[in-house]
Design a protein around this ligand. Structure first.
Ligand code: IMP
Length: 186
């Protein structure tokens, strides 16, 4: 299937394309924007975005992606505010909030929203448990990748090759659901 990726985040585009293209799907970044509402869950943000896109770009196949880092000791912050926290305090600010605390468990979550030509919408979810580092490490990836170590590894997301990150990440898991759906939907 030919999908339009509605995101300005080059890191997301790389991961989405890397998972979709080898399976025969075409994924192209589209220079469209949609309003990202402030909402209590990623799901509501994605649902609102899909409704908006369905209204403004009927008949298209579009994919949107909302994600966030939910830190247990911070009551889930930055979570749905991850973008805002990135733009304001940045990852260094999130590390500062945790200080020297031993409890550093966290979860990345991703919700992918697919808009279909008939206006139908599908959501795909993925999460990845892990922990927040004491200092950033690694040059790869994007966003909070350099401060997050997935469970079962000692490397940060920013130290993993893209294919390895996709193999364990929140986005990779949501993508697995999407790929299964695309495979079954003719
Ligand atoms: P949004 O999904 O674009 O709203 O992303 C919220 C914030 O989380 C942004 O600062 C992103 O850079 C960051 N983010 C989203 N996905 C990831 C990821 O897979 N790794 C690291 N940071 C991410």
């Amino acid at each position: 299937m030919e999908l339009g990726l509605v995101t300005s985040n080059a890191g997301k585009v790389r991961e989405l394309v890397a998972a979709l293209e080898p399976l025969g799907h075409t994924a192209t970044q589209r220079a469209l924007e949609y309003p990202e509402v402030q909402a209590p869950t990623l799901e509501v943000v994605v649902e609102f975005g899909l409704d908006w896109l369905a209204h403004h770009y009927p008949g298209e196949v579009l994919l949107i992606d909302d994600a966030g880092l939910f830190v247990d000791a911070l009551g889930g912050f930055p979570g749905v505010y991850s973008r805002y926290a990135w733009d304001t305090i940045g990852p260094a600010g999130v590390l500062a909030l945790l200080g020297d605390g031993e409890e550093r468990s966290a979860e990345f979550r991703c919700v992918l929203g697919l808009l279909l030509p008939d206006g139908g919408q599908r959501l795909f979810y993925g999460s990845c448990r892990g922990r927040v580092t004491r200092a950033p490490r690694g040059d790869g990836g994007f966003g909070y990748d350099s401060v997050f170590i997935p469970e079962g590894d000692e490397r940060t997301f920013a130290e993993l090759p893209l294919a390895e990150k996709n193999g364990v990440s929140h986005r990779g898991k949501a993508l697995a659901g999407l790929v299964e759906y695309l495979g079954n939907s003719g």
